[in-house]
Design a protein around this ligand. Structure first.
Ligand code: SF4
Length: 370
């Protein structure tokens, strides 16, 4: 398959891994954060961590949108869905994220009308099929998914649909990276930049990371050769004392991003002054809400949203894992009270969550091997 097979070529994988071993100076430790949950998934799925020398530490970043959504927003969304006039529409990943009163799936089993959709357009279609109900789309995701929500809102306006609103939980990647860089215990040397987000925003926003913080960023694809090449590119920069933005994923990511998607984002969304991130706390200007012009499609305008703040269960150490202070396995409830079947924390829900990816592709194998 074009653009897949050549990036899974075992010979090229071994050659690139050998290049990484050659580049990694034994007298130093390299801490590299892969920002995107899709990268975390690929690293565990393909066993890439096993190919790296011990002095390269991959730190899993906050790029899984389900994982960074605080419990209070799930409860806020479920509070809207308690209205019998409402149909709540959400992506499959969202359905299993635990809130205080259970996940959307559990609430559905208790009679709430929550439906799984594959796109915001599916939710808009639901609104057309149910003219006597209010359909609320529980929108999550980074700049990757926010454009499709924006295009759907524009379509709702063009069609004059009045029974469709968006509960926006869209977040922005750059403020999260900056919050991590500004943390007092920050120990990162470089970043693997997210591939899908960058297809929308381009590479230019990361120049701040290179120029102001002196950290290399390499925007990467998702196949084994992509990720290994990107790690090698970060190592080369570090060894040569450079801090630049490089684009390994040129076959998908234009340097300037996707202008049509960026225009739709700008037209429909405004940046919130602040938004709560699970594990990272409140981050200024890190999330999107609908512009005032689109208030009638904004669930937070149409429904009372209390803005709940809910702390995670005490035993859950999702915040420490999200910040890279703990590895998934080091969480005290990993694999016991918290599993993909019965998740306590959000990192165990989505396949892109670092705990779920580690559980699925490393932990189960280790258990099977005794
Ligand atoms: S094992 Fe569960 S509770 Fe612990 S960090 Fe992972 S998702 Fe959170």
């Amino acid at each position: 398959m074009k653009y897949v097979d050549e990036f899974r070529d075992p010979v090229l994988i071994e050659q690139t891994a050998a290049e990484i071993r050659r580049l990694a100076h034994p007298d130093r430790i390299y801490r590299i954060m892969e920002v995107c949950g899709g990268h975390t998934f690929a690293i565990y799925r393909f066993g890439l961590h096993d190919l790296l020398p011990a002095n390269i530490e991959l730190v899993h970043g906050p790029g899984c949108p389900v994982c960074v959504l605080p419990m209070g927003r799930i409860d806020d969304g479920m509070a809207i869905a308690e209205d019998p006039a409402v149909i709540m529409a959400a992506f499959g990943d969202m359905m299993r994220v635990p809130g205080q009163m259970g996940s959307p799936l559990e609430r559905k089993a208790r009679g709430m009308d929550v439906r799984m959709v594959y796109s915001p357009l599916d939710a808009l279609k639901l609104a057309g099929e149910n003219p006597d109900r209010q359909v609320v789309f529980f929108a999550i995701g980074f700049e990757t998914t926010a454009p499709s929500t924006a295009f759907t809102v524009l379509r709702a306006r063009a069609l004059g649909v009045r029974n469709f609103t968006v509960f926006s939980n869209h977040v922005l990647v750059m403020p999260a990276i900056q919050a991590i860089l500004d943390a007092p215990d920050m120990r990162l040397d470089g970043f693997i930049g997210p591939g899908h987000v960058s297809a929308v925003i381009g590479c230019r926003p990361y120049e701040l990371v290179a120029q102001d913080y002196g950290k290399p960023v390499v925007v990467s694809g998702f196949e084994p050769v992509d990720l290994l090449q990107s790690i090698a590119m970060v190592l080369r920069q570090l060894n040569e004392g450079r801090a630049e933005v490089q684009n390994q994923y040129k076959r998908v990511v234009p340097w300037e991003g996707n202008p049509a998607a960026l225009r739709a984002l700008e037209e429909v969304f405004a940046v919130r002054p602040e938004f709560e991130w699970r594990g990272l706390g409140a981050i200024a200007q890190s999330a999107l809400k609908l512009q005032a012009d689109f208030a009638q499609w904004d669930a937070e305008t149409r429904f009372a949203v209390s803005g709940l703040r809910v702390t995670d269960p005490k035993a859950a150490q999702c915040g420490d894992v999200l910040k890279g202070a703990l590895k998934p396995r080091q969480c005290q409830v990993f694999g016991r009270e918290c599993t993909p079947e019965r998740p306590i924390g959000a990192l165990m829900v989505s396949s892109e969550g670092s705990c779920a990816a580690y559980y699925e592709h490393v932990y189960l194998r280790q258990v099977a091997e005794g």
